[in-house]
Write a protein that binds this ligand. Structure first.
Ligand code: SIN
Ligand code: FE2
Length: 237
């Protein structure tokens, strides 16, 4: 983990991309503290929801990565994904030539995934309830690490059993552009920059919405260095 360099925090504000008029970024440009808004029906961005918890969340990520290393998985089509992934929880999301699915055993280590820290469970439940989804209890946390140049194409999160359960997605480190579409691939999208500490909750009629993130631009964040982490909490079973 990179050292905390507070003087860089101010400079980081200037590396944000220039907002477009259609972006929610524009609407929220003047709001820097905690703020919540709906980007699509049932989908919420909660600014700074994780900011104060970030050092602890990242320390816990470090210890998970010691047990279940980050790796580039391949898609069923045989292409290596640009993000590095690992998981904690009862299950982990995996992908290989056989497809996308949840597995109890980490295929890299041959062992169960590291258990999900109670701080993760509590944080995800609180974030979900802030967005109006009470009683969320994740059994998977997918951890994605983006290095500069990495991105995540438009996709649906649909390998879970119960789509009434929301998805809670936490952004840590460098900022990235998040794109939100509808239930069908190729439709109109809206976009918003996600910054360190922001949380996205996908639920209700947006639970199966297509979404993705753009290419991570290089930069430096005092807590994550030249990278971005995304923690995605799900209820798989
Ligand atoms: C995802 O939807 O799987 C990741 C989104 C993100 O990195 O913010
Ligand atoms: Fe996703």
């Amino acid at each position: 983990m990179a050292q905390v360099v507070m003087t860089l925090v101010g400079a980081l504000r200037h590396v944000r991309m220039v907002p477009k008029m259609s972006d929610f970024e524009n609407r929220n440009e003047h709001i820097s503290s905690s703020d919540e808004f709906e980007i699509a029906q049932g989908a919420f961005v909660i600014r700074n929801c994780a900011t104060e918890h970030a050092p602890l969340l990242l320390t816990l990520v470090d210890s998970i990565v010691q047990l279940a290393p980050l790796r580039h998985v391949v898609t069923p089509g045989g292409k290596a994904m640009s993000v590095e992934m690992t998981n904690c929880g009862t299950f982990g999301w995996v992908s290989d030539r056989q497809g996308y699915r949840y597995e109890k055993i980490d295929p890299t280590t041959g062992k169960p995934w590291p258990s999900m820290p109670s701080e993760f469970v509590d944080f995800a439940a609180r974030a979900a309830s802030k967005a109006g989804y009470s009683g969320f209890s994740p059994d998977v946390c997918l951890i994605n690490r983006y290095a500069p140049g990495a991105s995540m194409g438009m996709h649906q999160d649909r390998d879970e059993c119960d789509f009434r359960q929301p998805i809670v997605s936490v952004s840590l480190g460098l900022s990235i552009r998040f794109r939100m579409g509808g239930r069908h691939r190729g439709g109109k999208t809206t976009s918003v920059m996600l910054h360190h500490g922001d949380v996205v909750v996908l639920g209700g009629s947006s639970r199966l919405a297509f979404h993705g993130v753009g290419v991570l631009q290089d930069g430096f964040h005092p807590l994550t260095g030249h990278s971005r982490f995304n923690l995605t909490f799900r209820r798989a079973f």
